[in-house]
Design a binder for this molecule. Structure first.
Ligand code: ATP
Ligand code: LTN
Length: 335
């Protein structure tokens, strides 16, 4: 981050390299990363350490981390404007995480709904990292003194815990951390599954038809939207109880920029079939440049390496300032 930029507010966000990113990840998080990098000093990371909370195959993980890094750039995050790095390259994350976990209560972690969901899904591997993961996420954010954290609605609880940890630490040891605010989009904060609109669209869903990935081909995207579950009504209208249509309307609104009123007007005398086709085509068109950029970037390993190495160096310098301050505050002796 250059000195001129230093006056801008800071944002930080992360994404786990646990599979190909979905339209939910894109609308809820990545799209805003791109938008916000213009007005903020932004830091974006591939949260590879977080992904170990669920068992991963090492060779597959290695490939997914690089692919995730390329997708972030393909979406439009500019490594010359934003700090882009891989979490495990910056050792300060693990170090601050330890200090913060000693300042996080068991009861607080035990209330996290993501822990409950993920431990139900992975009953044979309820490891300590899955439980303490919010302390690592707090470290990610607090190391960079972030003002704002752009995430989807499912991360709100972790952000609230981060704020509580920061406030508690500041009260105990004197002002150390910026207390961050969540940035959750008004439309698209929770994109729902196409096969069950009561469930969040998730990249780890077993049913391939329930999610769109950022890298799906146009014909696949259109086909998946045609199959999307809706209701027995006929009207394209945003209303309670029409979860499937509401979900498609929010997706369509985000990718076209049209308001719900305008969408209702445009599809007044048309059926669900026409609407689903229109949503599919608009999403396919919207994601086309991202897929094309990705194909170009993933073929250029040397460029990707140059970007993440430079990112790690800059992130480490920044993170070290906060960590040094924290070590001093808690009473450690400087070496
Ligand atoms: P998994 O399915 O493996 O649990 P995920 O798809 O939830 O993972 P994460 O890496 O946990 O992906 O999330 C990355 C970002 O995408 C977070 O900011 C999260 O809030 C956002 N996000 C994830 N799913 C959705 C969704 N369905 N709608 C909107 N935002 C989402
Ligand atoms: N926990 C998040 C990913 C994540 C993150 C972060 C988001 C890791 N560190 C810091 C915002 C800020 C997730 O699972 N979606």
């Amino acid at each position: 981050m250059s000195e001129v930029q230093e006056k801008k507010k800071i944002i930080l966000s992360g994404i786990q390299p646990t599979g190909v990113f979905t339209l939910g990840n894109y609308i809820g998080a990545l799209k805003n990363w791109v938008k916000l990098q213009e007005d903020y000093n932004a830091a974006y990371m591939i949260a590879d350490m977080h992904s170990l909370t669920v068992r991963q195959d090492p060779a597959k993980l290695r490939q997914q981390i690089l692919s995730a890094f390329a997708v972030v750039l393909a979406c439009g995050v500019d490594p010359n404007k934003s700090l882009t790095f891989i979490q495990s390259h910056v050792h300060q994350h693990a170090e601050l995480s330890w200090i913060l976990s000693c300042n996080t209560q068991f009861g607080e972690l035990n209330r996290m709904t993501q822990f409950k969901d993920k431990s139900a899904k992975n009953a044979d591997n309820i490891n300590a990292g899955l439980f303490t993961y919010p302390s690592l996420m707090a470290a990610d954010i607090l190391l960079y003194q972030a003002d704002l954290v752009p995430v989807g609605a499912d991360q709100k609880q972790h952000l609230e815990l981060t704020r509580d940890i920061a406030t508690r630490f500041n009260n105990l040891y004197g002002n150390t951390f910026k207390v961050p605010e969540p940035y959750i989009p008004k439309v698209g904060a929770r994109i729902m599954s196409l096969s069950d609109p009561n469930k969040k669209m998730s990249k780890s869903d077993e049913n391939q038809n329930s999610f769109i990935t950022i890298l799906d081909k146009p014909e696949v995207i259109i086909k998946k939207f045609k199959r999307a579950v809706t209701d027995s009504d006929m009207e394209v209208r945003y209303a309670e109880g029409k979860d499937g249509i509401n979900n498609l309307m929010s997706i369509y609104s985000v990718v076209t920029g049209l308001s719900y009123e305008q969408i209702e007007k445009d599809f007044q005398s048309k059926g669900y079939g026409d609407f689903k086709t229109a949503v599919g085509e608009a999403v396919a068109e919207h994601l086309r440049p991202v897929r094309e950029n990705y194909e170009r970037l993933i073929a250029d390993k040397a460029y990707l390496e140059q970007c993440y190495k430079l990112g790690a160096e800059k992130a480490s310098n920044f993170a070290n300032r906060t960590l040094t301050k924290v070590y001093k505050k808690v009473g450690f002796i400087a070496k």
